[in-house]
Design a protein. Structure first.
Length: 369
């Protein structure tokens, strides 16, 4: 960040120097034109006044230009190469169309009206061409045969760029999801995440080293995955050392969704308005409804119809009939699924009592309500 400010300051001062030079030349010419009335002092006064004016105006102009360039750089960094190419091609087409449409203005014979009208038409159609090029980006690149090389666009439903954090890369399931075709578009990996992975890969602890190398291997494989565009974001926030805080700030600034298996980071991201894609949640969502032998933690709420049966309910309202749980009413038990009955009225799970437990990570929790 400090280096970026220094480069910006150098640019402003160089631009100010150019403006001072131009203003001094203008002052010299104005003073020289009046030399007959005021002598050589008029030339010197013109140079001094021109230089002073240029110094002030050059500073204002330089800072404004540097700010505009920084804003443009930020906007361009959010676009993929395909988006920029499509916008440029659309703009070129719009400008060419504008010249064709403006041709009848030359027949009027009024130069001022011709130039003014032509300029307005060029600006309007050029911008319209840019917008159409961005909107029809994929179709345009497909016609040019460049879709496979530049990948899907940045915008549009389901194509928001996704930010990868360290936990998702180490976990590795994001690569499996990508290979199935459920993950597409642009994936963004910040430079500080790469640095964290490299630090893990170089660690002395074998477990940390293996995790870091796994994350780097997943990143390499993602870069070769068709349908994905992997971007390395050379961004950092020197004012903070917390990687999670940097991820959230980058996601908010560039309107990115976040792929992470870190539960706490996901909760904070959701509170910050960032869309979170958690492979753990996806795995639970596509998990088979229930299989024989699976353990389920359920609160026994009432006795069953048959002797020794207890009845509880899962979070989705599914009834669970537990053999041997009649005496466990009001307690949470762990039961092993024996069979699942599916009919028009819904699903019913039959299980046998294992032992009374509290909810464990490996067992599905029932509804205590």
């Amino acid at each position: 960040m400090k280096e970026l400010r220094q480069r910006s300051l150098i640019f402003v001062e160089l631009l100010r120097l150019v403006v001072v030079g131009v203003s001094a030349i203008v002052g010299y010419q104005l003073g020289d034109a009046q030399v007959g009335n005021h002598g050589p002092s008029g030339v010197l006064l013109g140079v001094l006044l021109g230089s002073a004016t240029g110094y002030v105006l050059g500073g204002v102009f330089g800072r404004s230009t540097a700010s505009a360039i920084a804003s443009l750089e930020h906007q361009v960094s959010r676009l993929g190469g395909g988006d920029i190419l499509a916008g440029v091609l659309g703009t070129i087409f719009g400008v060419i169309l504008a010249f064709v449409v403006s041709w009848p203005l030359l027949l009027i014979g009024l130069p001022m009206l011709t130039w003014a009208g032509g300029l307005v038409i060029v600006l309007v159609l050029g911008y319209l061409g840019y917008r159409i090029g961005r909107i029809k980006r994929d179709d345009l690149l497909a016609v040019l045969g460049m879709q496979s090389r530049l990948g899907p666009g940045h915008g549009g439903p389901g194509r928001v760029a996704k930010l990868l954090d360290t936990s998702a890369l180490i976990d590795g399931r994001v690569l499996t999801i990508a290979r199935t075709g459920f993950l597409e578009g642009r994936l963004v990996v910040p430079s500080f995440v790469l640095a964290e992975l490299q630090g893990l890969a170089d660690a002395g602890d074998p477990n940390r080293r293996a995790r870091g190398r796994r994350g780097l291997d997943v990143l390499r494989d993602l870069s070769h995955q068709p349908g994905l565009v992997l971007d390395i974001a050379e961004r950092d926030y020197a004012e903070t050392t917390d990687v999670d805080a940097k991820l959230l700030r980058l996601a908010r600034e560039d309107d990115l969704s976040l792929i992470s298996t870190d539960h706490n980071l996901a909760r904070v991201a959701e509170l910050s308005g960032v869309l979170v894609l958690n492979p753990n949640v996806l795995a639970d969502a596509v998990r088979p409804p229930m299989v024989p032998g699976e353990l389920v933690a359920v609160l026994v709420q009432k006795p069953g119809r048959e002797a020794e049966q207890g009845v509880g309910y899962l979070d989705d309202g599914t009834m669970v009939v537990v053999e041997g749980a009649r005496g466990q009413v009001g307690r949470q038990v762990r039961a092993a699924v024996t069979s699942v009955l599916q009919n028009a009225q819904g699903r019913m799970v039959f299980a046998k009592l294992a032992d009374p437990v509290h909810t464990e990570p490996g067992a599905r929790a029932g509804n205590p309500a």
